[in-house]
Ligand binder design. Sequence first.
Ligand SMILES: [Zn+2]
Length: 223
Amino acid sequence: MESIRTEYASSPVAKALGLESSVSELESVLNSGSLNIKIDPGSVGKKNDARYSILLRTLYLANDSPNKWTLAHELVHADITLFTPGFFTPRRHEGAGYGYEKLANEVLSALHADPAPIASQGCKYKGLKAAWHGFWAKYAQPEQLGGGVYQPIRFKDINFTFDASDFRTVKRITTLGLSCSLAAQEINKIWEGNNCCYRVNCNATSSSLLEIAAGVNINDVFK
Ligand SMILES: [Zn+2]
């Protein structure tokens, strides 16, 4: 889990969106003492290198260095099972697991770095606009982020597509969430520090030449 933190250590945007605190949350589950951990390739299955059994409250690992995103995904399941009140269907369990993985692994890396790639375009209107528009063209709606697989019963795989509720759950459990307003605030701070007059915002269109809008309607859950 430490390697996730290191990957985004220089990113004020990732920090503002809750990456660091989400890693701490998942680490606290890992170190809580309530989680059984077993190195047991046979219980993991061939496709993965980690699996969390909700029924047995046990995290099975194929080896002692599992893929960090797989581990994070499984720790979200453990966090729900051990520390989150309320009933989660298999579909909602996986929505949270895959949702966290997607945000932390892919969406954030499209925004992160020092400074953010979107801000690293230099003070050039065209480049900044293309980057900000390009990001939101890809990530403005939960369905655009893809989805995952859940098993209503063992060995029966059903594919699903994310919805807003999945990302509300990810935020509630881990504190990580995609938020246009928080990302824009951080990017604009970097720009201000660089004496650049352009500012990004979260509207679909903009009437000012200095304001660069997202270019699309952003789902409430990502606003
Ligand atoms: Zn899962």
